[in-house]
Write a protein that binds this ligand. Structure first.
Ligand code: NAD
Ligand code: IPM
Ligand code: MN
Length: 367
């Protein structure tokens, strides 16, 4: 097979800072494991707006269609708050997700042993936690029509529409059941069937799909209770499948079970391409973190773990993904911490790039 191609879109704020560490890791795989990638870099978000006047140039979108996988840092920032909604940095990210049809967003939340003490929850609640949130990513209230701000009488009305077709629900449910089969065969679907018709349909379709997976234990939960259960007893869950908006919120919530939003990776997957690989974009769950951007404080682990997911889901390199995850675990076990993983009076934190270097050291030690 020809050298696999990667399009890297570092984006804004801490995006380029954490992506620089991923580039080090990619180079390491080329040098030490003979795993080479044909890498190209481009702009997204505010960075693309500054150059092109749009948050994603058509040429960049075309490139994203051609490559084997996209790696994205983060987009957004206060500098762009004044822009028209249609050209805001976040629109660039949403366009990528929508046009690549990346309907299944896998957001694993794993609590590394070394961080169990650091979570805002009690250690025994989170130690050993390993859950997978599957968030629908290309439909629902993020994209439903009608939408907009209109004037009705003498006041403005903001409108967004929650809309799901049964095929949209079915395909993400199938992705979640397939994952459940590879994990502990337990799946919880979250919606609000008590108040939303889209939730009623969601539950019905999940039940239909469940018939094809008799080995999977299925449960349904209202998403508000789900949020509460996630912080009360998160280890009751294995795979959670939910819609676009609930998935956004529940995954940020799950981040704090692992210690920091700087720890959570994600894979946004679509249908298989002609070469059999899924269409895919890998992105940390966190944003551009304007409060710490440019200070070398960002934790690059979420972005590096997103690359590990790329190794596993796009390039069939599960053993190398595990090598990288194990290296990260080792570095954390050695007490190496970026500032987000230290309490108020913690020891001296390492910088973003020092964390990357430590992970490279652990990779070297793994050979
Ligand atoms: P955020 O995720 O950027 O930051 C939330 C908090 O978590 C901040 O205190 C930040 O410092 C901290 N944090 C986040 N990532 C971190 C990391 N890697 N290391 C250490 N600390 C980290 O969310 P926000 O502040 O609500 O949003 C800022 C901007 O990012 C907005 O423009 C938003 O739209 C955008 N955003 C983009 C993405 C994305 O590109 N995928 C995701 C979420 C938010
Ligand atoms: C995320 C982000 C995005 C979302 C924004 C930046 C569009 O919060 O990836 O979680 O809401 O999906
Ligand atoms: Mn989010």
């Amino acid at each position: 097979m020809s050298t696999p191609s990667l399009l890297i879109l570092p984006g804004d704020g801490i995006g380029p800072e954490v992506m620089a560490e991923v580039v080090k890791i990619i180079d390491w795989y080329g040098d030490k494991r003979g795993l080479n990638f044909d890498v190209s870099m481009d702009l997204v978000g505010g960075a693309a707006y500054d150059k092109h006047g749009v948050p994603l140039a058509d040429e960049t979108m075309a490139k994203a269609h051609e490559v084997d996988a996209v790696l994205l840092g983060a987009v957004g920032g206060p500098k762009y708050d004044v822009l028209d909604f249609s050209v805001k940095p976040e629109r660039g990210l949403l366009r990528l997700r929508k046009e690549l049809d990346l309907f299944a967003n896998l957001r694993p939340a794993q609590c590394f042993d070394a961080l169990a003490d650091f979570s805002s929850l009690k250690k025994d609640i989170v130690a050993g936690l390993d859950i997978m949130i599957v968030r629908e990513l290309t439909s629902g209230i993020y994209f439903g029509e009608p939408r907009g701000i209109i004037t009705e009488g003498n006041e403005r009305v903001g409108i967004n529409t929650q809309r799901y077709t049964e095929s949209e629900i079915r395909r993400v449910a199938i992705a979640a059941f397939e994952l459940a089969m590879k994990r502990s065969k337990k799946l919880c679907s979250m919606e609000k069937a008590n108040v939303m018709e889209s939730g009623i349909l969601w539950r019905e379709v999940v039940e239909e799909v469940a018939k094809d997976y008799p080995e999977v234990a299925v449960s349904h939960m209202y998403a508000d209770n789900g949020a509460m259960q996630l912080v009360r007893a998160p280890k009751q869950f294995d795979v959670i499948v939910t819609d676009n908006l609930f998935g956004d919120i529940l995954s940020d919530c799950a981040a704090m079970l692992t210690g920091s939003l700087g720890m959570l990776p994600s894979a946004s997957l679509g249908a298989p391409m002609a070469n059999g690989r899924p269409r895919a974009m890998y992105e940390p769950v966190h944003g551009s973190a304007p409060d710490i951007a440019g200070q070398g404080k960002a934790n690059p682990i979420a972005c590096i773990l997103s690359f590990a997911m790329a190794l596993r889901y796009s390039f069939d390199e599960g053993a190398e993904a595990t090598r990288l995850e194990t290296a990260i675990e080792k570095v954390l076990a050695d007490g190496v911490r970026t500032a987000d993983l230290l309490g108020e009076e913690g020891a001296t934190p390492v910088t973003t790039s020092e964390m990357g270097d430590k992970i490279i050291e652990a990779l070297n030690a793994s050979l």
